[in-house]
Design a protein around this ligand. Structure first.
Ligand SMILES: [Zn+2]
Length: 459
């Protein structure tokens, strides 16, 4: 196994500035006039103290308020944004990303379940968690809602690595006690939920880590496991514990759910009957959703996650943002890479894929709307929008610096698109892998593309 040789960042925690062009959302452009939804600073300054944003705005206005501020990182030809928020992905699938395709249910059996069966081995889980976190940070993602798998070791590994960077990860033991190989299946519903509660008590609220009750999806849990999972979630939801699962991804899955839960009117209602649809519930995919289900999701104020590259890769259903954001009953929507069904770790690149998914259905998703989903929209989906997702005073200083010239060709191409939103759309469409110059987590630069040690743990 590879040794862990990531050094610790020794930057001072006193007043720090980050300067450059900036973009930050403050409202949902699907519901409000677009021009009122974001702040753009051509030459902006964020002032950070002890992990939080003390001040943010145009450099010329903010800088004179801090004459003692000397330590400023300056970025040109780039845009500083809040760290991206990945509302759904599987760290345990990082070793099988890009496995030659098949439909969802066959892909799970052929690739996913055998890989996840290896995570009883803590050393293996540690190795994967380490690589996974490096990839997230290199793509500017600072918060993620992550699937682990059956084993406690898989949960510990990702929380421990996240704690070293001081990122906020949300995860929990995956509950799955039927319709999957014995090597991965919980042997007892009661014991599986008891183990989940034990891990919840260990990790929830420790530093920035947050816990989720995670039934994989309805077909892989017995009624008893779903019932106990719902009870666990209801007991702890007021302390900020999440529920995270999959919903309405592809028609064959929906048909299977109908067979397994006869008489229940729809898939969302299956979860609802077990107490799993509530404010801190997050549902990945939601591609084929009936009007009754949208109404239920809206009423519960829960979040849904658009995972376009995964849906394209697995040939699933296609997300309909105009349904999700229907003003009569809007739903909270965030973006997800859904690695390893998704084909890369970049939330920014998902925006290019989201555009294509919309175009296939005769809709056009512009950059202002999709960038909102990648930042503030994700924070709202996780009900963390009072802490993350904006560059504004009081917010946690999670930032990413997106390079507007990540390649020679991109630099040349940008000459022909003077407006910022057009430039960002070009980047999302080109889908380059090295778009992020630096990533800051709670004010510390944990990733720097040009540094000898690109990744550094937080102090
Ligand atoms: Zn998934």
């Amino acid at each position: 196994m590879k040794k862990n040789n990531i050094p610790v960042n020794h930057e001072d925690r006193a007043l720090k500035g980050i300067r450059g062009e900036m973009l930050t959302f403050k409202a949902d452009p699907f519901l409000c006039p677009e021009t009122e939804c974001y702040d753009h600073y051509a030459d902006g300054l964020v002032v950070v103290s002890d992990g939080r944003i003390l001040d943010a705005g145009e450099y010329a206005e903010v800088a004179p308020r801090y004459p003692e501020l000397k330590d400023i990182d300056v970025y040109t030809d780039s845009v500083i944004m809040p760290g991206f928020i990945d509302c759904h992905l599987h760290y345990v699938q990082a070793p099988m990303i890009g496995s030659y395709g098949d439909t969802l249910l066959r892909w799970l059996n052929q690739y996913t379940f055998p890989m996840e069966s290896r995570f009883f081995d803590k050393d293996f889980a540690d190795e994967v968690a380490r690589e996974f976190m490096k990839q997230l940070l290199a793509q500017g993602t600072t918060t993620a809602n992550v699937f682990s798998t059956t084993f406690a070791e898989s949960v510990d590994a990702i929380f421990e690595e996240s704690e070293r960077y001081n990122t906020r990860m949300i995860t929990g033991k995956v509950l799955q006690d039927r319709n999957l190989p014995d090597s991965l299946r919980d042997s007892s519903a009661e014991e599986s939920v008891a183990l989940s509660e034990e891990l919840l008590k260990k990790w929830h609220g420790r530093g920035r880590q947050l816990y989720a009750v995670v039934p994989r999806f309805a077909p892989t849990s017995t009624d008893l496991q779903l019932k106990l999972a719902g009870e666990l979630y209801q007991r702890y939801k007021d302390s900020g514990v999440y529920m995270h699962t999959h919903l309405d991804e592809v028609q064959s899955e929906i048909d299977w759910v109908k067979q397994l839960f006869p008489g229940v009117p729809n898939y969302t209602e299956v979860y609802n009957r077990f107490g799993l649809v509530d404010r801190l519930s997050v549902f990945a995919h939601c591609c084929i959703v009936s009007e009754e289900e949208w109404e239920l999701l809206h009423k519960a104020d829960c979040g849904v996650v658009h995972c376009p590259s995964s849906n394209l890769f697995l040939g699933d259903g296609q997300f309909k943002y105009w349904q999700a954001k229907d003003r009569r009953r809007p739903t909270l929507v965030g973006m997800g890479t859904d690695v390893g069904g998704g084909t890369n770790f970049s939330i920014f690149r998902q925006l290019g894929e989201a555009y294509k998914v919309a175009m296939l259905q005769d809709h056009s998703l512009d950059m202002a709307h999709s960038l909102y989903l990648a930042t503030l929209g994700g924070a709202q989906t996780l009900h963390l929008d009072h802490q993350i997702g904006r560059l504004a005073p009081g917010y946690e200083a999670d930032l990413t610096v997106v390079d507007l010239h990540p390649s020679e060709f991109a630099q040349w191409r940008m000459k022909f698109s003077p407006k910022l939103m057009d430039k960002l759309f070009v980047l999302a469409t080109l889908g380059l892998n090295n778009m992020v110059k630096a990533t800051y987590v709670a004010g510390q630069k944990v990733y720097d593309r040009s540094r000898e040690q690109k990744w550094q743990y937080a102090r």
